[in-house]
Design a protein around this ligand. Structure first.
Ligand code: CDP
Ligand code: MG
Length: 875
């Protein structure tokens, strides 16, 4: 009956705005008619009682208001023992001046919005205010969500230190790890973690307060959480379990949350924290370098260092490669010390591919209806949570090289202490920026936009802003993604400038003209409008929100995006198709398979693979491949430009080594057909075999941080599969033995079943009239060819049919994560994408075959490149 209750609770979310009862969502005192249930009468009775009770409460609450005494407030004051230095530092934070106003607003309202410049003390202080006011005293806790993992971890450490409390009390939980205990009172977590918790406990009973931090970033999970909490908070209050929602934002642009009828009928109060920001003088460039802004940033930084008084410099660039490039140039120009973080030599152990010489008798087939993971029961306690994670522009796939120029010879009397900062950077490297620079040096941090709002670096007086940001773009129709460097928004540029005025008046050097600035958009758009939403739709369906289209999104995704997501989920079997004549199906209910898939913290395509994975004992391999695909960028980017001959030869050596290892990991014989996924599997296996050391990764071109995450994710996915289906009892041995030939075939089929909509066929000879199609592949949705990347294990083999992980547009449209599949598997494993017909009904002679024809359901595409598949006998 817990299930039932869950369904009932979340059905409240399914608010079809038209027919909805007049419900005051952020106001606890107004009665609300529950939706119809079977036990109608009972409900009516209960409802009347509730109404009466609420009327009474309303009266009381009004009386209390008059007496300036708030309802259901914690009456205790919990003292905190802070050190005098901390106390002194706190008093300087602007948010301290607003403590009373904030706490009063929290007492009076179920929801409150707090706006204040980055560094004003929101994240570190507001949880402390709430703690002191007793919001974590009755066995319930205070939860704070962050869009970025690094912020969740570092903020929990900071707050613990300020409050003089151990990490068992002020804790954090991120996707792969956490230190939450039963004594936890303040819990920092990523927004994805909280979303997963809502699936287990819709009312979030553990929490007395939820703080959504960094709401201005408009991360998808943050947006969804705000939508969900706009319903959960009134429900909780209605049920007599009061709860508070705080939304914290660095910008004043909060209308999407406040003036939003879908979200809050009564707009929550907005408290503005006056930042004691020192003035920042903005200097625009006269001209705007269109290409070499890294070079321009270099010259500007050199000038600042040579000519301006002490004070840290913070440079904003767009991606990892640029950051490293500039760091190198600056270190060369102002030598400080040899920066060599690489470990020194230690013998490498090779991963030996076992040779399989077994002869295949008959190829195994996977059974589409054979799921390893159909839900057994809900509420398993140790199921790990966490979906969303940061990405600051991800990899640098398409960044133009810097033009090498004559380095400025500087007077190195004050050394420049240069540090990189980006989200893929190893945590101990990241932490360096918070420590004071060595005495007698000037700090210079070269960062991506992680430093824009989530992290405050102490002592910055000069900001150099390239004005650009690297963003991932998706083409909604084709699913092609690309990283593009675009102009940032005015709001972001101002945020960046603000970093210079934290401790004293500062300067911001914008590497673009004021005219260009004038053309920037005012604000960055919400992420949810820029990415596919199938994972969100599945998570919502799992919360029994069938009509996702009616969900109170702060900014709703487009209907096309929602339709595309439902269609994909239907074809994966996660949703049940509801045929509708008028509108595209937008209210398909979730299937048992869908529930199982929703419990895996990976995208639905990969979740489907996990669900099919136990066949032929493939699950450990499926888990490893899915983990590797989810973590992404397992190989280091060695294509970066070298600054010296020595470095150049080192890079060449490492590239050669990486190529060699890739070839080794791709295996032989049958394994080769699994292509890039076999390479991933081999890399994971080899790395574990060698003990997953930084040295092994460095020597073989693997990214250590990625490999560590893959290991954690494998553990987490193993737990998830075991939790959903204990019968399978999968045990993941970190050191996998390579799959047998049978298993490889099985794996290819599982991959096809999951990535079915990412099927591509090599262009046939007769279609090669246009040379642009040479070695190209045709996909159902794109007019242009896609290609196998030269780094791919299948680059020279060009199989006729492949599936790919994603298409990434760099210099060409490249498929990433390519595996070869067999045409005759398609009708069996992807019937939903096939159109079956007999020769008589074939609309054109092109489709004629002796026994029947299968064609893609998008006919036009089919015509153009002739995706005729071999005839298969179907019943
Ligand atoms: O959340 P908001 O941006 O408003 O400010 P915050 O993150 O609470 O930071 C308040 C102050 O604490 C800033 O001056 C930070 O530099 C400082 N802080 C710190 O010294 N060390 C940390 N690990 C985190 C914050
Ligand atoms: Mg903050």
């Amino acid at each position: 009956d817990e299930e039932e209750q869950k369904a009932e609770e979340s059905s409240d979310l399914d608010t079809s705005s038209d027919e909805e009862e007049d419900e005051n969502v952020m106001n606890t005192t107004e009665a609300r008619v529950p939706k119809e249930t079977d036990a109608k009468e009972e409900v009516t009775k209960e409802q009347k009682a509730t109404e009466q009770k609420e009327q009474k409460e309303k009266k009381i609450s009004e009386q209390e208001k008059v007496q300036n005494k708030a309802p259901s407030q914690p009456a205790v004051f919990i003292p905190v023992d802070r050190s005098p230095e901390i106390q002194e530092a706190r008093l300087k934070l602007p948010v301290l001046a607003e403590e009373q106003v904030i706490m009063e607003a929290v007492r009076e309202n179920p929801g409150v919005v707090i706006c204040g410049e980055t560094g004003s003390g929101k994240t570190t202080q507001v949880p402390q205010f709430l703690y002191e006011a007793g919001y974590a005293s009755d066995g319930q806790i205070i939860g704070i969500t962050e869009p970025r993992r690094v912020a969740a971890v570092s903020m929990s450490h900071r707050v613990a230190k300020e409050m003089n409390l151990p990490p068992q009390v002020v804790s954090y939980q991120i996707r792969y790890e956490g230190n939450v205990t039963s004594d936890t009172k303040i819990k920092f977590m990523t927004d994805g973690v909280l979303l997963k918790e809502i699936q287990k406990d819709f009312l979030l009973k553990r929490y007395r307060v939820i703080i959504i931090d960094e709401a201005h970033e408009r991360s998808v999970y943050t947006d969804i959480l705000i939508g969900l909490l706009s319903r959960i908070v009134p429900l909780r209050n209605k049920k007599g379990m009061p709860m508070k929602l705080l939304i914290m934002s660095a910008t004043l642009r909060v209308e999407d949350f406040t003036d939003n009828q879908r979200l809050f009928r009564t707009p929550p109060p907005v408290i503005k924290v006056d930042s004691r920001q020192f003035p920042v003088t903005i200097h625009f460039n006269k001209r705007t370098p269109m290409e070499d802004y890294t070079g321009e940033a270099f010259h500007k930084t050199c000038k600042i260092h040579r000519m301006l008084p002490p004070g840290g410099i913070l440079v904003f660039l767009t991606g990892q490669a640029e950051v490293h490039n500039l760091c190198r140039r600056l270190r060369n120009a102002f030598p400080f010390r040899k920066n060599n973080d690489a470990d020194s030599s230690e013998a490498m152990r090779k991963f030996k591919k076992a040779k399989q010489k077994k002869k295949t008798v008959s190829l195994p087939r996977i059974d589409l209806d054979n799921y390893s993971a159909l839900p057994v029961d809900e509420g398993d306690e140790d199921r790990e949570a966490g979906i969303g994670d940061e990405e600051d522009g991800g990899s640098d796939l398409d960044i133009g090289d810097d033009v090498a120029d004559s380095e400025e010879k500087a007077d190195p009397s004050i050394p420049l202490y240069v540090l990189p900062l980006y989200s893929l950077l190893a945590p101990e490297q990241q932490a360096k920026v918070f420590r004071p620079p060595p005495p007698g040096t000037r700090l210079c941090v070269v960062a991506t936009n992680v430093a824009e709002t989530s992290l405050t670096i102490p002592g910055i007086k000069y900001v150099v802003d390239c004005g650009r940001v690297k963003k991932r773009f998706y083409d909604r129709v084709t699913g092609v993604s690309s990283f593009k460097v675009t102009w940032t928004s005015q709001a972001s540029a101002n945020q960046r400038a603000g970093r210079a005025g934290r401790t004293e008046p500062g300067h911001c050097y914008r590497l673009y003209s004021s005219a260009v600035f004038g053309d920037f958009s005012l604000f960055s758009e919400a992420e949810i409008t820029r990415r596919p939403v199938e994972d969100l739709v599945l998570q919502m369906k799992d919360l029994n929100i069938d009509k996702v289209v009616n969900f109170p999104f702060p900014t709703p995704p487009s209907t096309e995006a929602l339709v595309a997501a439902e269609q994909l989920l239907v074809s994966l079997g996660a949703l049940e198709e509801v045929k509708q004549i008028q509108q595209a199906s937008l209210s398909c209910p979730i299937t048992p398979l869908g529930r199982a898939m929703a419990s895996f913290p990976v995208t639905p395509r990969y979740a489907k693979m996990l669900a099919l994975g136990q066949q032929q004992d493939c699950l450990p391999y499926v888990i490893a491949v899915v983990a590797a695909m989810t973590v992404r960028e397992i190989f280091e980017d060695l294509d970066r430009p070298a600054r010296s001959e020595e470095e150049s030869s080192k890079l060449t050596q490492r590239r050669a080594r990486m190529t060699q290892m890739r070839r080794l990991w791709a295996g032989q014989g049958a394994a080769l057909q699994l292509g890039d996924l076999m390479v991933m599997l081999g890399a994971v296996g080899a790395c574990e075999f060698a003990g997953c050391t930084p040295k092994f990764c460095e020597d073989n071109g693997l990214r250590y941080k990625a490999m560590v995450e893959i290991r954690k994710l494998r553990g987490q996915l193993t737990n998830a599969v075991n939790a959903v289906c204990p019968a399978v009892g999968v045990f993941v041995d970190p050191k996998m033995t390579p799959p047998t030939e049978h298993q490889v075939v099985c794996l290819r089929q599982i991959v096809l079943a999951g990535l079915g909509d990412h099927l591509a066929r090599r262009v046939q000879a007769e279609d090669l009239l246009d040379p642009k199609w040479k070695n190209g592949y045709k996909t159902p949705l794109m007019d242009d060819p896609v290609f196998i990347h030269p780094n791919s294990a299948l680059f020279k083999r060009l199989p006729e049919f492949v599936v790919y992980q994603e298409v990434m547009e760099t210099t060409k449209m490249y498929m990433r994560g390519v595996s070869a599949v067999e045409a005759e598997w398609v009708p069996q494993l992807l019937p939903q994408y096939c159109h079956f017909s007999s020769p008589e009904e074939s609309p054109s002679p092109w489709f004629c075959s002796s026994t029947g024809t299968i064609r893609c359901h998008r006919k036009s595409t089919f015509f153009r490149v002739g995706w005729q598949l071999p005839a298969v006998e179907m019943e």
